[in-house]
Design a protein around this ligand. Structure first.
Ligand code: HEM
Length: 242
């Protein structure tokens, strides 16, 4: 087995461990954070089914972002929807046999890749062109956008410019999952794409990308608007009452 294969295998095991442990730690922290007040943004649903629908609209359409800012919404939504298609297309590297819906979605995944990069470009441009946004933009805001754009561009280069042996790529990743190492092709574009992806996995639990799990723990979105019917008490306040 080549040095490169072993190096990338170690890198991906490490990145997966950091991602899993880091995300678990954060989600536990979010779940334990006290929500002492009833603060759903009104008009808000008055029962749990309504909250589930509100959350679903938030996840699929970015509803509150739409109300808040149309430019971020359009670019953000294009990026995330593209990413969703790209993720579906990538599943073929990890499952065997490849399910029919994943086979059918393959061509759309390529459009997803283009959409993803276009959305990211819009979000990045906004950080230079809008004065108020430029003022509050930090280096990490730029870096995370650059990282995602480079992942997208290196992926698109493989699709449109220099093909890689995706059968070997699949064998390598299936091998990682079954602890049976297989050689990784030494293609510069592929190695770059994968290095950037591993970097993304490692920084994810420490970055603003945590908004993905964080959304589900946001009291303004996940609370039922029933303060009169049911008294809201934080856990610590309950203890004081007893
Ligand atoms: C371990 C994970 C990943 C592997 C093994 C992988 C591998 C690949 C390969 C082999 C291609 C070329 C496809 C072809 O020639 O048809 C590709 C394309 C692409 N990748 Fe990845 N990639 C991974 C993760 C990601 C992630 C996390 C993103 C986005 C954040 C991403 C974005 C893209 C894009 C936009 C394309 C071009 C469109 C397409 O062909 O799907 N990749 N990737």
């Amino acid at each position: 087995m080549s040095f490169l294969t072993v190096l990338y295998a170690i890198l991906f095991y490490f990145a997966a461990a950091v991602l899993l442990a880091g995300l678990t730690r954060k989600v536990v922290q979010y779940a334990r954070a006290p929500a002492p007040l009833k603060i759903p943004t009104t008009p808000a649903p008055t029962n749990k089914t309504g909250v589930a629908f509100r959350m679903a609209r938030e996840v699929v359409f970015f509803e509150s972002l739409f109300k808040g800012n149309k430019w971020i919404w359009i670019f953000g939504w294009i990026f995330h929807f593209g990413l969703f298609l790209v993720t579906l297309r990538h599943l073929r590297y990890f499952i065997d046999p490849v399910w029919l819906p994943i086979r059918l979605v393959q061509p759309f995944g390529i459009y997803g890749g283009l959409a993803m990069v276009a959305g990211l470009a819009g979000l990045w441009a906004r950080r230079f062109l809008v004065d108020r946004v430029r003022y509050i933009t930090g280096i990490s805001d730029h870096l995370i956008l650059v990282l995602l754009i480079l992942i997208g561009l290196s992926g698109l280069m493989m699709t449109f410019v220099a093909h890689v042996d995706i059968i070997s790529v699949k064998l390598f990743f299936r091998g990682l999952m079954t602890l049976d190492l297989s050689p990784l092709p030494a293609d510069p574009l592929l190695l770059l794409h994968l290095l950037l992806v591993a970097t993304l996995m490692i920084v994810f639990p420490f970055s603003k990308l945590l908004h993905a799990p964080g959304l589900f723990f946001s009291p303004t979105r996940n609370q039922v608007d029933n303060p009169r019917e049911k008294r809201h008490l934080a856990a610590w306040a309950k203890e004081l009452e007893q």
